[in-house]
Design a protein around this ligand. Structure first.
Ligand SMILES: Cc1cc2nc3c(=O)[nH]c(=O)nc-3n(C[C@H](O)[C@H](O)[C@H](O)COP(=O)(O)O)c2cc1C
Length: 367
C-alpha cells in the first residue's frame, strides 16, 4: 500500500488512519480573550475528517504569553467548554485532535498584552522592526510558566483532545530559552548549551508526567522545533541536533520539524550535503516518529517527504482546498484548487488574519 494511506500507532497507543496531518495554523478567529468562536469551529470542521490528525492553532497557556489578538486561549479552566467543542469539531471520521500549546515570550508587544511588558529569558529584543525589549523572567515566574503548560495539558485532556503539541518552534518562548540570542542568563537556565536546554527538559518532563499520571488512554505528546536561526549568536543546526538527540530519549510520541520548505538546506557549511530533514532523521535514529512539513502541494511532494519523514504536515494547501487530503489519497490531483480569491473567503472561512499571513507567505497563489 501507498505509505501516505498507511496507519501509524504512537508509543502511547493512539492510532492515525493515515500519514497526513494538518499543520498548526493560527486562525486569529478567537474572541478577544481566547474563547473559540463559532466561525472558528466551522473553519476546523470544514477541513477535518480526511487527515489522520489536525494540529490546532497555537493556544496560549498563560495570560502573559499571548502573541496576538484572536489567539486561542487555554490559560484558564473557563476555556474547557469551548475547547471541548473544538475537539469535537475536529474529531469526525476518526481524525485525531491535537492542541498546540504555546507561550509567545518576547514575540508579542504591550498592546496585545494590554499594557504589560512582554517577558523572556533575558531583556534582549528580537531582531525585527519595532520589537520591544522584554523583561527578564524571575525563577519563580519560570516555574509558574512551566506549570501553566502542565495545566494546559490537563485542560486539553479534559476537553477531549487526543494529544498536545509543545510549540518549541518559530522563535517563541520555548525556543527563546534554547537560543543564545534571546537567552543570555548566567543562572541555571542559561549560559552553556546544556543549561539552555534545562527549560525544555523541565517542560517536557512536566507535560508527559501530567499525561501519564492522568490515567487518560491514547493521549499523545509531540514537540515542534525550528532547526536554526539567522541571528548571531543564534541556534545553529549543530545545536538542534544536540537538542533532538535529547528529545528522542524523552517519553514523547513524535517530533515535528518546522520548515517553510521541506527541501531546505542548512545555512551551516558543515551540513549542506543533504536537506536539513535528513540530518534530523538520522539523529533521531528511529527512536521517535518525525513529522516533516513545508510547501507540500502535490502527491510527489508527499511521497518524497515520506521517504524521509514518518508523517507529513500540510498547511497552506488545505487552507486553499479543504479536500486536498482526500484528493491526494484518491489520486485525483487534477481536482485540487491551487489558488484563492477574495470571493472564496467566506466559503473557506478564511479570516482577515489568515488572509494577511497568506499575502506575506504566498502572494502568487492569491487572486
Ligand atoms: C496562516 C498560518 C498560520 C500559522 N500558524 C502557526 C501556528 O500557530 N503554530 C505553528 O507552529 N506554525 C504555524 N504556521 C506554520 C505552519 O504550521 C507550517 O509550518 C507552514 O505554513 C509551512 O507549511 P505549508 O507550506 O504546508 O503551509 C502557520 C502558517 C500559516 C500559513
Amino acid at each position: 500500500m501507498n505509505k501516505s494511506a498507511s496507519t501509524l500507532t504512537f508509543k502511547r497507543g493512539l492510532k492515525l488512519k493515515n500519514r497526513i496531518v494538518i499543520a498548526p495554523m493560527t486562525t486569529k478567529m478567537s474572541f478577544y480573550d481566547g474563547v473559540v468562536t463559532t466561525d472558528e469551529l466551522a473553519y476546523y470542521a470544514l477541513r477535518s475528517g480526511e487527515v489522520g490528525a489536525f494540529i490546532t492553532a497555537a493556544a496560549n497557556v498563560h495570560q502573559g504569553g499571548k502573541g496576538w489578538d484572536g489567539e486561542l486561549g487555554v490559560y484558564d479552566d473557563r476555556f474547557i467548554p469551548g475547547l471541548s467543542k473544538l475537539a469535537a469539531a475536529i474529531k469526525k471520521n476518526h481524525t485525531k485532535a491535537i492542541l498546540q500549546i504555546f507561550h509567545g515570550g518576547r514575540m508579542t508587544d504591550s498592546k496585545v498584552l494590554q499594557g504589560l511588558q512582554p517577558v523572556a529569558p533575558s531583556a534582549v529584543a528580537a531582531e525585527r522592526p519595532e520589537a520591544e525589549v522584554p523583561r527578564e523572567l524571575t525563577e519563580v515566574e519560570i516555574y509558574e510558566i512551566l506549570d501553566s503548560f502542565n495545566q494546559a495539558t490537563r485542560r486539553a485532556i479534559q476537553a477531549g483532545f487526543d494529544g498536545v503539541e509543545i510549540h518549541g518552534a518559530n522563535t517563541y518562548l520555548i525556543q527563546q530559552f534554547f537560543s543564545p540570542h534571546s537567552n543570555r542568563r548566567t543562572d541555571a537556565w542559561g549560559g552553556t548549551l546544556e543549561k539552555r536546554v534545562k527549560f525544555i527538559h523541565e517542560l517536557v518532563d512536566g507535560v508527559t508526567k501530567v499525561v501519564d499520571e492522568s490515567g487518560v488512554k491514547d493521549f499523545i505528546v509531540g514537540y515542534r522545533f525550528s532547526p536554526e536561526e539567522y541571528e548571531n549568536p543564534g541556534i545553529r543546526l549543530e545545536d538542534t541536533l544536540y537538542l533532538v538527540n535529547q528529545l528522542a530519549e524523552k517519553p514523547l510520541d513524535y517530533l515535528h520539524l518546522s520548515l517553510n520548505d521541506y527541501t531546505r538546506v542548512s545555512v551551516s557549511e558543515k551540513y549542506q550535503e543533504q536537506p536539513i530533514i535528513h540530518y534530523i532523521k538520522e539523529t533521531i535514529n528511529e527512536r521517535l516518529p518525525l513529522i516533516g512539513v513545508g510547501n507540500v502541494r502535490s502527491k510527489q511532494d508527499v511521497d518524497t517527504l515520506l521517504a524521509t519523514a514518518d508523517l507529513v504536515a500540510v498547511g497552506r494547501s488545505v487552507l486553499i482546498d479543504p479536500h486536498w487530503t482526500q484528493k491526494i489519497l484518491d489520486d485525483q490531483e487534477e481536482l485540487i484548487h491551487t489558488s484563492l480569491s477574495h470571493y472564496d473567503r467566506e466559503e473557506l472561512k478564511i479570516s482577515n488574519g489568515v488572509w494577511g499571513f497568506l499575502q506575506g507567505m504566498m502572494p502568487e497563489r492569491l487572486k
